[in-house]
Design a protein around this ligand. Structure first.
Ligand SMILES: Cc1ncc(COP(=O)(O)O)c(C=O)c1O
Length: 477
């Protein structure tokens, strides 16, 4: 595929824009010594260029995308329609409150719904991502211990089955991270937890369901141990898709948590849009919440600030239009749809896992939640075909690879999360592809090691691509 600069022809242009009627700046005003070398093309060429680029992109709209830990569920078009309404797009965060009552009401109602789903008492919608929500929650924990004059609580306990952002957020918030190992079943090792807690424990961060797709059966015992030691319990709720409407972190003994609207609540990820990681807490922490809070007054809804706020985590209301999209999603699935969504996510994962486990050994052979982890260690050892090779081979069949080599506690891991938005037919097709690739790997391992064979680029140097991406065009002279 040609770069847009390679298609450029001097003098070619689109007549779409009117001739500039702004007087040119004086020569000594602009530091630029020559005009920018923009590509010169007709509109149709620009259109075709971007259409071709879009065709090269893999997304949920293009095919099965079982990227474990990321919940790449379908983002319904109605979310986008609602978020594009001028009443949401044409407002300014500094407008007087009485002119944006609808937006404030939406935020207040969404906070109420999310609190009801999670069992929390208050929630800020300000954080811009899951990890940002974690950081916010940890600052709440810090503010709480400080407010009680308890400066000795400097450590956050993080099980090794936590999402990688958990220890990173704890370190960023200025805590010392205490790592504890999982037991043989992939759950928190209770003895290790009992040994780790003490007067220096600020809290525990638990990812549940954890990164191996399991719900910890000792969850109430875990939160009790931490509370008895004087620490607070943080719930990484990014995986709430498996349990929403069925079990609530607030009822399990958790004091603070975050959600990923761009996972569970069907808003786009990454290149598809910014994220949102609301952070919820129990009432005794609500006074520390950051940023804009929506409150009642005789004149209507007003913007407020919590009494002992930790400050702003982001400007104004956070990624407001993402919040609108999640609101649209919640309204469209309704109260009854929340647990059904979770149940179907778990059902789909268990269906796929059970139809694959005779060929692909599972890291933990038990009922999984919304995702499962296979370990290809034996395959690697016996025929030198790795998790990476299988993942790359899937690309030849139009399937986005699952998450590879994560979680770190599983060797040659492939982590598969189908989500509830996939039909049984799609799952059956994907299962068939996995099985065919396995058969080909045994028959012709070299062919699988050469995969993908149908894509424009086969095996780039991934470290170089990530660390030294070529994002500028070299004009030569
Ligand atoms: C369990 C879990 N926690 C935290 C995060 C971090 O979220 P974000 O990537 O939005 O910062 C993720 C991301 O997928 C996650 O899966």
């Amino acid at each position: 595929m040609k770069l847009i600069f390679e298609r450029s022809v001097p003098g070619r242009h689109s007549d779409l824009l009117p001739v500039c009627d702004v007087p040119a700046a004086p020569a000594d005003y602009a530091p630029r010594t020559r005009a920018p070398r923009l590509p010169e093309l007709a509109e149709v060429q620009v259109d075709r260029h971007f259409t071709e680029l879009a065709g090269e992109t893999r997304g949920v709209n293009g095919g099965f995308y079982p990227l474990g830990s990321c919940t790449m569920k379908y983002n319904p078009a109605v979310n986008e329609r609602l978020a594009a309404l001028p009443g949401f797009t044409d407002i300014h965060p500094l407008q007087p409150a009485d002119t944006v009552q609808g937006a404030l009401e939406l935020m207040k109602t969404e906070e109420k719904y999310l609190c009801e789903i999670t069992g929390m008492d208050a929630m800020t919608l300000q954080p811009a991502a899951g990890a940002h929500g974690e950081f916010t929650g940890l600052l709440l924990i810090k503010a709480y211990h400080r407010s009680r004059g308890d400066q000795a609580r400097t450590k956050i306990i993080v099980p090794d089955s936590a999402h990688g952002t958990n220890p990173a957020s704890a370190a960023m918030a200025g805590f010392e991270v205490v790592n504890i190992a999982s037991d043989a079943n992939g759950y928190v090792d209770l003895d290790a937890l009992r040994a780790a807690v003490g007067p220096d424990t600020a809290g525990l961060m638990l990812t549940n369901p954890n990164t191996v797709g399991l719900f910890d059966p000792h969850i109430e015992e875990i939160t009790r141990i931490v509370h008895e030691a004087g620490g607070l319990n943080y719930y990484d709720g990014a995986n709430l898709n498996a349990v929403m409407g069925i079990a609530r972190p607030g009822d399990m003994g958790f004091d603070v948590m975050h959600l990923n609207l761009h996972k569970t609540f069907s808003t786009p990820h990454g290149g598809g849009g910014p994220g949102s990681g609301p952070c919820g807490c129990k009432a005794f922490l609500a006074d520390f919440l950051p940023g804009l809070r929506v409150g009642d007054s005789p004149e209507g809804l007003v913007r407020q600030t919590a009494l002992q706020t930790i400050g702003n985590m982001r400007s104004f209301a956070g990624n407001f239009l993402v919040i609108v999209k999640a609101y649209a999603y919640l309204l469209s699935i309704g109260r009854e749809g929340v647990p059904v969504t979770a149940a179907n996510a778990v059902l789909n994962a268990n269906y796929m896992m059970n139809r694959l486990k005779d060929l692909y050994p599972m890291a933990y052979d038990t009922v999984c939640m919304h995702e499962f982890v296979m370990t290809l260690e034996q395959m690697k050892h016996q025929i030198d075909v790795s998790a990476m090779d299988i993942a790359k081979a899937l690309l030849d069949h139009g399937i986005h690879p699952p998450t590879m080599y994560f979680p770190l506690i599983v060797h040659e891991a492939l982590m598969v999360e189908p989500t509830e938005t996939e039909s049984k037919e799609t799952l059956d097709e994907a299962i068939e592809v996995f099985r065919r690739i396995h058969e080909e790997a045994l028959r012709d391992p070299e062919a699988i090691r050469m995969s993908p064979r149908t894509t424009r680029i086969q095996r780039p140097d991934e470290v170089k691509a990530a660390r030294k991406p070529a994002v500028t065009y070299d004009f030569g002279a």
